[in-house]
Design a protein around this ligand. Structure first.
Ligand SMILES: [Zn+2]
Length: 71
């Protein structure tokens, strides 16, 4: 799992290709090292995050196959 403390004060800078300390502005956050906008996750982690969300939220409309316990 992702250690939340770590991500609380760091964001991913695509320019530095690393999680960096950042400066919080009104709308965006900026890398303290290169001054570019940073994002919450790296693309890899973002995809993994979204995949985890998808798995946690089952799609509706599909019949469950757990009927065998209805004895
Ligand atoms: Zn940077």
């Amino acid at each position: 799992m992702i250690p939340s403390d770590f991500y609380n004060d760091r964001k991913f800078c695509e320019h530095c290709q690393a999680y960096v300390s950042y400066l919080q502005s009104t709308d965006h956050s900026y890398c303290v090292q290169c001054g570019r906008a940073v994002r919450l996750f790296s693309e890899t982690d973002w995809n993994a995050f979204n995949e985890a969300l998808k798995e946690r939220r089952p799609k509706g409309g599909r019949p469950t196959k757990e009927r065998k316990e209805s004895a």
